[in-house]
Design a binder for this molecule. Structure first.
Ligand code: CA
Length: 727
């Protein structure tokens, strides 16, 4: 079970041995034409970020991560006059999830493949860029696209966590590496996609991989030297060995079986928030791995600290308190989603709380001094729980929540989450939280013959049963049930103030401003502004591509800008197949977009999209071969090429592959012919017969899709040109 393919890890080890570094692309001419940025951000400055409204100093602007800006030059009365000030085209075309940092007129941000850019925030002119040269094969270790959500800035350095697990400090003026640390054991499928945070001279960084057999932890490194200061493991390791922290002895009592052999999950892949008032660090901990508790902790148990908010001492990483949102997770209900700190009135008295809207669909208000639950209500439709038991602080699970072996409606929300990484915002002026909400169910069925396999989706869930059925009526009902919306939520009243319906899920993060505005990008390719108090739309811009990232606002020489990173991708279009098209059939045009009042720039017209031709060979395989091919495809391939062989547009749609009729198929699938583009060899996991059956299944699906298209022409059916592997 522990045996691993060494292929991917070996690449990183070799690169490490050779002292391999990325390149800095700045030129002397570019540097000379720009004012040198200061980037001398100190802890004290981040603590007092409120006093620097023109800058965006840390991932969520301030330590509270409210993503509220006091700027109001752009407001609900003049937002209709917003125009594009500048745009900057990127050299990657995968999901773009980063929130930029802006310090004294310079914008720093990360892109797909963990690249970093520094731009003049008033003009978009490039100052420098840095490519950590993540081996493309490492992309196969990422559950959710090769994304990155942001950098940190502190005392003249820019910090980036890379997909292959490195933490790198760059010189703010040149983009040249100052130090680099490998934060993971490359034998395991860890990835970093989250933004580092700087707390009291330390860089705090987590990682992802809870779907693939890793053990979660968060680490603190000295920001000057890169030396490891402390590490907090979120789940206990092998209890026959000493526990790394005393609290893990307690946590181990909530586990059964031999969970440590397949990691246990509990990754800290997004929320890391510092509270300077209480000197506490809050982390959001991810799902248990495998998802199905039966295969993780077979005799039950709460499985601490999966699906929890945990408070730590930032100097030592010592445990202080925790609140577990889902005990004994069975659904991939990460609690990693962003945490907002706020002081809000509870029963007439101001309370120091944290606001949390994790995947499971409850909006939690938690006392951040001690972790006590103050209130929790569903912020959208859910059916896995019927409410919250306030005595125990535990959700009241519905009868079908733990997928008993009866046919039941899909569980809502599914693993996409009612709210995922897309940042929400909180306006202290309106008292409302602005949440990008998903409503997508999932058909959970326990996998009968689960065995941990490297390079597979190790959920313990039957992925064939979870796949989109092809019966037109059932398919239509499922697609009709999939929704997305922007919800303004009152955390005091625990009720919705207003909502804007979207065609589908996976819309952008939000920004709230003192100009009574909320900004949000959409999956369908718009960037929009709404009145924060009423939800009335005041402005909308054609962004030409899906926008997922969190917007920011800042000033340069007294003029206010709003900027957002555009570019479609991430886990939803990567794995969801046809469901992804509910949100809009957009292309990935990866760009930084910046707006101001009376901005006069315009985006170049997109070239017309080629209509790919579906021309598969005849399907001649037996039903048994096709069924077996489907099972192997869903377990090994669907995570990147899409549910039931329909790509959501991020990676190539195999139904269109020219290798369906020749032997090159096997060279790519089993031998790694496209390894340098990110398609790793599956020869150890997938036999020659498996590979042949996968191909038969795809040929079958391509023929099925072709006859469907003939029966009912869909004018919107444009999958776009085949995705460019590796970019
Ligand atoms: Ca997860």
């Amino acid at each position: 079970m522990r045996e691993r393919s060494v292929g991917i890890g070996a690449v990183a080890v070799v690169l490490g041995v050779l002292g391999f570094h990325g390149h800095t692309l700045s030129t002397a001419r570019e540097m000379k034409s720009q004012t040198a940025p200061s980037a001398s951000v100190t802890d004290a400055q981040i603590v007092k970020a409120e006093s620097q409204p023109g800058n965006w100093l840390t991932y969520g602007r301030t330590y509270s991560e409210q993503r509220f800006s006091p700027l109001k030059q752009i407001n609900d009365h003049n937002a209709a006059r917003l125009g594009l000030a500048w745009y900057f085209d990127l050299d990657t075309h995968r999901g773009q999830e980063a929130t930029p940092i802006v310090v004294d007129g310079v914008m720093y941000f990360s892109t797909a493949w963990s690249k970093v850019f520094a731009l003049n925030a008033a003009t978009g002119a490039r100052l420098w860029s840095y490519d950590p040269k993540v081996p493309r094969q490492w992309g196969a270790n990422a559950c959710c696209d090769v994304v990155n959500r942001g950098v940190a800035v502190w005392q003249g350095k820019i910090y980036i966590g890379t997909l292959d697990g490195r933490l790198i400090a760059l010189d703010f003026a040149t983009g040249k590496p100052v130090w680099e640390q490998l934060t993971i054991d490359p034998q395991w499928r860890y990835t970093i996609t989250g933004a580092p945070r700087i707390v009291k001279g330390k860089v705090i960084i987590g990682n992802g991989g809870g779907e693939f057999g890793v053990r979660g932890y968060v680490s603190a490194y000295d920001a000057q030297t890169g030396k490891l200061a402390w590490r907090f493991y979120t789940v206990p390791g092998d209890p026959s060995k000493p526990f790394e922290q005393p609290i893990l002895a307690q946590a181990a009592k909530t586990w059964t079986g031999e969970w440590w052999k397949i990691g246990g999950g509990g990754t800290v892949w997004d929320a890391i928030v510092y509270d300077p008032e209480l000197d506490l660090l809050y982390i959001g901990v991810g799902n248990g791995g495998p998802w199905n508790e039966k295969y993780r902790s077979p005799k039950g148990g709460e499985n601490l600290f999966t699906c929890s908010v945990v408070a730590l001492k930032p100097d030592t990483g010592e445990y202080v308190w925790h609140y577990q949102e889902n005990a004994a997770d069975d659904w991939d209900f990460d609690s990693s989603e962003q945490i907002i700190l706020a002081d809000i009135p509870i029963a007439g008295k101001p309370r120091k709380v944290l606001l949390h809207a994790p995947k499971n669909g409850f909006f939690y208000v938690i006392d951040r001094e001690n972790g006590a639950l103050i209130s929790a209500k569903p912020f959208t439709f859910i059916n896995w729980a019927t409410g919250m038991d306030m005595k125990t602080g535990r959700p009241i699970e519905s009868a079908t929540a733990r997928y008993p072996s009866v046919s039941a409606p899909p569980i809502v929300p599914g693993p996409l989450g009612a709210h995922s990484w897309q940042p929400m915002s909180y306006s202290p002026l309106t008292g409302l939280t602005y949440i990008p909400v998903n409503e997508v169910g999932f058909n959970f069925k326990s996998q009968d013959d689960f065995e941990f396999k490297n390079l597979a989706l190790n959920f313990g869930i039957d992925m064939v049963a979870a796949g989109m059925p092809q019966d037109p009526k059932i398919k239509k009902a499922i697609l009709d049930s999939v929704k997305g919306k922007l919800v303004a939520w009152d955390p005091v009243q625990q009720k919705q103030a207003w909502a804007v319906e979207r065609p589908g899920p996976w819309n952008g993060g939000t920004l709230a401003t003192a100009g009574n505005l909320v900004f949000e990008g959409t999956a369908a390719g718009r960037f929009e502004a709404y009145r924060a108090d009423s939800g009335e739309k005041v402005w909308s811009f054609d962004a030409q591509t899906g926008v997922m990232a969190g917007p920011v606002t800042y000033t340069v020489k007294g003029e206010q800008y709003v900027a957002v990173l555009a570019g479609w991708g991430g886990v939803f279009p990567l794995v969801s197949g046809e469901v992804a098209f509910k949100s809009g059939r957009v292309r990935n045009v990866s760009r930084m977009l910046a707006f101001k009042l009376e901005g006069k720039q315009s985006l170049p017209l997109l070239p017309p999209q080629e209509e790919p031709v579906l021309n598969p060979p005849a399907s001649t395989a037996t039903a048994a071969q096709i069924h077996h091919g489907e099972a192997v495809y869903q377990r090994f391939c669907s995570g990147c090429h899409g549910d039931v062989a329909v790509s959501g547009g991020v990676l190539p749609d195999l139904r269109y592959s020219s290798t369906l009729t020749n032997e090159r198929w096997f060279k790519i699938v089993r031998d790694g012919a496209y390894q340098s583009l990110g398609m790793v060899p599956f020869g150890k996991e997938v036999s020659q017969q498996d590979a042949a059956d996968i191909r038969d299944y795809i040929i079958f699906r391509a023929n099925q899709s072709k006859s469907e298209a003939k029966a009912k022409p869909d004018p919107g059916l444009t999958h776009g040109p085949p995705a460019i592997l590796g970019r």
